[in-house]
Design a protein around this ligand. Sequence first.
Ligand SMILES: [Zn+2]
Ligand SMILES: [Zn+2]
Length: 454
Amino acid sequence: MASLAEVKAFRGEEREWEDRSWFPPGPQLAVCLSGDKNRLADLSDAELCERMAAARRQASWAQAQELAAIAELAARRHAQDEHHDPDYRVLSARESLLEEVSVALAVTGNAAATLVHLAERLTHQLPGTQEALQAGRIDLAKARAISDATDHLPDSLCARVEDTVLDGVEERTTGQLRGKIKRLVRRLAPAELEEQTRKTVKGRRLELWESGHGAAGLALIDIPADDATAVHNKLTAVAHGLKQDGDARLIDQIRADLALQLLRGIPLPEALHAPPVDAEPPASTPAVPDTSEEIGDSVAEMVGHAAQRRLEELRAHVEFHGRLADLPRLAARTVQDLHERLAPLRDTTCGHGKPGYRPPAALRRQIEARHATCVFPTCNRRSEHCDIDHTTPYGTRGTTCGCNLAPLCRRHHRTKQTTRTNETTGWRLFQPWPGVLIWITPAGTWHITLPSRQ
Ligand SMILES: [Zn+2]
Ligand SMILES: [Zn+2]
């Protein structure tokens, strides 16, 4: 087979992407890629393929930068973890780091944990993989596949596997990489593979996620492969049986319906005759507009914007004077100041003074309606399943009132508690206006949560 270069020589044309097809990623390639988008129409099919590959190399390079930044922040927080307070009410520096990454990238806590783990593995155990990502030889998905497949292996074996798998890595898909690593480990260290399986299965779980439009996903994760295959084979066999008896559903649909019936505790013979789960349009309840609440929300939005502006001014000021380390303290002071300046206005719009620590049921419902989820920026926990937290602790200056209450899940309740033990590196939470929650992270960045009422 002729090489790409020979084909090009034969074609004998001047192609725009010809010399750039194996350009290493970095600033220069970014310049090549940032040409006029409309000119894509002028490129040949082959050039388009080269361009997409070049764009992916550039993305891999950027992913390597992202992971390196995460690994650096992780190393700093680890240094702090040595002085970790074993108080169960507060987060360890490690847990706090995951929350910081979660808000910085607007990803879920789980996604942040996965990224931090990958960043640390590339830095400490898989330097070759990190290099390959940085050079655009592999993309993030492949880096993750290598990291996952070598997790729990002893360092020396991990290095050996990495060496072998990186040879010719450009040509392989993630699935091929996983297969190659598995075969390698089985050959080099069969006992390790068993150990790896045992450890993976320890993390077995049932996962539930919303997939939109009223549908959801439900999956058994990290269960033994043999069990998973056996269950799948059995469902498939039954589904084919039903299909032969004239069932009009797709095999996939029958399998899903059967699995659902069985998990609901309906025994097999009955489950076979259960009607298919066909989505019916959900009965929509018309939204009742509440004028006073809407006005309250628009004021909340104004306060949020004002806070955002003042904090941005503060950041510019601090950056100009090179005092970035002071940012967390100064940001907290700025928001505290805003809180105090709004006090007279809060007093007139808000009655305050519901006696007692526990909010009455009606007030609790009001708070849950104002924020549908935990008020941590990236948290999706429904407010009905949250604690109703006193933003300023009850008894000191905090009252049990809408202007000082907000839903926080257990985990983010603990995130907020880090302030108590560590004024300088903890998370700070303020509520300068009813429903406007301002978080100051340990790094001194901030995130403003406004009322989420829909
Ligand atoms: Zn109040
Ligand atoms: Zn939360």
